[in-house]
Design a protein around this ligand. Structure first.
Ligand code: F6P
Length: 358
C-alpha cells in the first residue's frame, strides 16, 4: 500500500515554502518508492473544509526558485481552533475526519508559531504530524533559523541601502519599519547589514530622547542624515509598562499609523530635520528565495521525509548549530523565540556605536 503524505502551508507565506515542499516530495519519492502526496489547499482551512488533491510528481518540478506557496495559505488562528463559530463547524473534528478520509499516514505542516500550535494540537489528538519551521520573523523556539528569514534580511538590507543614498542626498532622517511581529531578529540583522545608525527592537524598549540625541550628535558631527531601522513591534519605555489593550488605546488616541510615524514626528519637531518613514511591508515576504533559503528549505524538507520514513512523528525540523535535527512539537509549540538582550549581535551593534534606543 502506498504511503500517503498530506502537506499544507499555513500562516503568512515566505520565500522557501516551495523549495521545502519540493524537498519533502523528492526525498519522499526517493526514500519510500510507493508514495502518494496529497496537497491540502490554503493551510488548515483546506484541512477543515476538505479541499485537497492528489499531486502529480511533475508538480514538484521547477518550483525551487518560486516565491509564495503552490498550495496556497491562510491564517486560521490557533485560539479559535476549539471554538465553534457562526458556521457551526467543529474544526478539530473536521480536520481529524478529513485526515482519515484522505487515508493519511502523516501530515506535514509548514508554518510559523500559530501553525506549530495547531500541529501540536493535532498531534495530541492522535494524528501523525511533522512540522517545518518557516517564517521571516525567525521567532520559532528550538531552531537557530527558520527558512524565509535570510531572504527577508537580504530584502530589508537592500531597502536600507537604497534609503541610505537618498537620505544622504537630502540630509534627512529615514526610518525604515521592518516586519518581524513581536521579535526583532529581522530588524537586528538588516540594521547591521545595512549600516543603520540606530536599531530599535521590541525586546529593548526605547527612549525617544536617546534616539533624538543620536540624530543631533550626528548632525553636529557634520552628518546631516541618519538611518533608523525600526521593528514593527517596538514600544517606548512608557508603552512597555502598559498592558496590550491599554497600549492599543493609547496608540489609537495619538493617531499615528504606527510607532514609526510617531517617532518620525517627534524627531522632526525636536530637531527640525526632515524625517520620512519607509515601510517595505510584504515586499519582505515576496519573490524568490535566496540561495541560503533554498538550501535550508531543501535540507529541512529532506529531514522531514526522513522522519516520515522512520515513522518518527510529533516532531518539527530544526537547525541547531550547523546540524539539521528535530524537536518535539510539544516542547516548542507556543514558545516564542525573542532576541535575548545580551545576544552577541546586539553587543556587536553597541560596540559599533549603534544606538539601540536605550
Ligand atoms: O509572520 C510574518 C509576518 O510577515 C509578520 O512579520 C507580520 O507582522 C505579519 O506576518 C503580517 O501579516 P499579514 O500578512 O497577515 O498582514
Amino acid at each position: 500500500m502506498a504511503r500517503k503524505i498530506g502537506i499544507l502551508t499555513s500562516g503568512g507565506d515566505c520565500p522557501g515554502l516551495n523549495a521545502a515542499i519540493r524537498g519533502v516530495a523528492r526525498a519522499a519519492y526517493e526514500m519510500m518508492k510507493d508514495v502518494e502526496i496529497i496537497g491540502i489547499q490554503d493551510g488548515y482551512r483546506g484541512l477543515i473544509q476538505g479541499e485537497y488533491r492528489l499531486m502529480k510528481r511533475s508538480e514538484f518540478s521547477g518550483i525551487l526558485t518560486l516565491g509564495g506557496t503552490i498550495l496556497g495559505t491562510s491564517r486560521q488562528p490557533f485560539r479559535n481552533m476549539r471554538v465553534i463559530e457562526a458556521d457551526n463547524v467543529d474544526k478539530v473534528k473536521a480536520m481529524k475526519a478529513n485526515y482519515k478520509k484522505m487515508g493519511l499516514d502523516c501530515l506535514v505542516t509548514l508554518g510559523g508559531n500559530g501553525t506549530h500550535k495547531t500541529a501540536n494540537l493535532l498531534s495530541e489528538e492522535g494524528l501523525h504530524v511533522i512540522g517545518l519551521p518557516k517564517t521571516i520573523d525567525n521567532d520559532i523556539y528550538g531552531t537557530d533559523v527558520t527558512f524565509g528569514f535570510h531572504t527577508a534580511v537580504d530584502i530589508a538590507t537592500d531597502v536600507i541601502d537604497r534609503v541610505h543614498t537618498t537620505a544622504a542626498s537630502h540630509g534627512r532622517v529615514m526610518i525604515v519599519e521592518i516586519m518581524g511581529n513581536k521579535a526583532g531578529w529581522l530588524t537586528l540583522y538588516a540594521g547591521i547589514g545595512g549600516g543603520a545608525d540606530a536599531i530599535l527592537l521590541p525586546e529593548i524598549p526605547y527612549s525617544t530622547e536617546k534616539v533624538i540625541d543620536l540624530v543631533q550628535r550626528r548632525e553636529k558631527a557634520g552628518k546631516g542624515f541618519s538611518i533608523i531601522a525600526v521593528a514593527e513591534g517596538i514600544m517606548d519605555r512608557e508603552e512597555a509598562k502598559m498592558k496590550k489593550k491599554e497600549r492599543m488605546a493609547y496608540r489609537a488616541q495619538t493617531g499615528f499609523a504606527s510607532p514609526s510615524y510617531r517617532l518620525a514626528h517627534e524627531i522632526e519637531v525636536t530637531t527640525g530635520i526632515e524625517t520620512r518613514v519607509v515601510v517595505p511591508g510584504h515586499v519582505q515576504r515576496g519573490g524568490t528565495p535566496s540561495s541560503y533559503d533554498r538550501i535550508l528549505s531543501t535540507q529541512f524538507g529532506v529531514h522531514a521525509a526522513r522522519l516520515i520514513q522512520e515513522e518518527n512523528y510529533g516532531n518539527t525540523v530544526a537547525m541547531v548549530g550547523s546540524q539539521v535535527t528535530h524537536n518535539k512539537l510539544s516542547d516548542i509549540a507556543g514558545v516564542p523565540k525573542l532576541v535575548p538582550t545580551d545576544h552577541q549581535l546586539i553587543l556587536t551593534a553597541r560596540d559599533m556605536g549603534i544606538c539601540m534606543g536605550d
